[in-house]
Design a binder for this molecule. Structure first.
Ligand code: TRP
Length: 379
């Protein structure tokens, strides 16, 4: 039967509420359930709103990794970004969450920039992509990552470090797997077939360099699952643990269409470079609302915060989990109106973007301490 949605690393369309449930079955991931949430709370010491509000909703082998952690075995984190445009606030979501994990568990983090992927998949020149690499790294780091424990890998720049490992991975992946899992067609370039090996490498690079067994936890949005499904088949053959995963839905996009926010249309997203006025105008003018048509109805029935852009944007940037819960409850119950929700979001986003811009200025031209340095991990 034909499906009405498409979710692959290179194309996302036709999403709806039920899609996420269907993807759990289709991809073979597990829902994050009550006992696991308790385990996260016990080991992390607190619970991030992205978990309690079900934005991170699925996992692979997370319980096993946390059991090991409890026995004193540290894991490391790995996530990434494909630098194909300037960043909007939706792009920050996995990084905000990963930073929380990094601090809660006191672990190292590898961030990969897949500039090679974007060169192969998109119609962009190397020069354009190079510009995004630098700017995206600054945007990500302006969330305040600790340079001692944050290690950035840019595929095109650190290819010497990664290439042989990628070949080890590639040796264990067949053409038919790549065709089935990624939808690669005969008319596609052959780079698309090899590239997944590069995205798999960081999920074992630290144990590979140190020679010590160590688990890896990868936070990602569900469209990236194909990479890590293949990774879990291949990596044990190379002698490492299967990577664990914590998997998110997408944030609703500014205009509420059922895809990811897009970097290519100015009015489709709030960009990190938008000034206060623009942020407010975009929220007021475009933000998809989970509210009701009239004030009376809203007071009576309440809004649906889960699909409301302003609520989701606010939640992303509000560090205080209790406040997030309060706003969620107030909005859902009808105590709070959509206009108020938008004002609150505008203020929060502007405050956070101003902080980030200041941080970006401070670290510009000084990225060396953040770049992946194999000598820190050599045996
Ligand atoms: N392919 C991802 C993208 O296009 C980038 C990426 C690389 C990534 N490694 C990752 C995302 C690990 C999540 C986890 O955005």
């Amino acid at each position: 039967m034909a499906e009405s949605f498409k979710v692959t690393p290179w194309e996302v369309s036709g999403l709806s509420g039920e899609t996420y449930e269907k993807l759990i079955k289709k991809f073979g991931v597990k829902k994050i359930d009550g006992p696991l949430i308790q385990k996260i709370l016990n080991t992390a010491g607190s619970l991030h709103p992205f978990i309690s509000l079900n934005l991170f909703y699925a996992e692979r082998d997370l319980g096993e990794l946390l059991d090991d952690y409890r026995k004193g075995n540290k894991f490391y984190l790995y996530t990434g970004r494909g630098p194909s445009g300037k960043m909007h606030i939706g792009h920050l979501m996995p990084f905000i969450f990963t930073k929380w994990l990094q601090e809660a568990y006191g672990v190292d983090l590898v961030i990969q920039l897949t500039d090679d992927e974007k060169y192969l998949v998109k119609n962009l020149s190397r020069k354009e992509i190079d510009g995004y690499v630098e700017d995206n790294i600054l945007d990500i780091l302006s969330l305040g990552f600790d340079p001692k424990h944050t290690h950035i890998l840019v595929d095109s720049k650190q290819s010497g470090l990664m290439y042989n490992y990628a070949v080890d991975v590639a040796k264990h992946i067949t053409v038919s797997t790549i065709k089935a899992v990624f939808g690669v067609k005969d008319s596609d370039n052959i780079g698309k077939m090899f590239f997944p090996s590069m995205q798999i490498v960081p999920s074992f690079i630290i144990p590979a360099l140190t020679g010590r067994k160590m688990r890896c936890l990868i936070p990602y949005a569900i469209d990236q699952d194909p990479y890590f499904r293949v990774a879990r088949d291949v990596i044990p053959k190379l002698g490492y643990y299967k990577p664990s995963a914590i998997i998110s839905k997408f944030l609703p996009s500014l205009q509420g269409d059922s895809g990811k926010m897009s970097s290519s249309v100015e009015s489709s997203a709030i960009f990190l470079s938008d000034d206060d006025k623009t942020v407010r105008r975009k929220l007021m003018k475009y933000a998809f609302s989970g509210g009701r048509d009239t004030v009376e109805e809203q007071r009576k029935h309440g809004a649906n915060p889960d699909i409301d852009f302003a609520f989701n944007a606010y939640m992303m940037f509000e560090a205080d989990a209790k406040k997030v819960r309060q706003v969620y409850d107030d909005y859902k119950s009808g105590r709070m109106l959509s206009g108020e929700m938008k004002e609150l979001a505008a203020a929060k986003i502007s405050e956070k973007l101003a902080d980030m811009r200041a941080m970006k200025e401070r670290i510009k031209g000084n990225l060396a301490p953040y770049m992946f340095d194999p000598s820190k991990f050599s045996q």
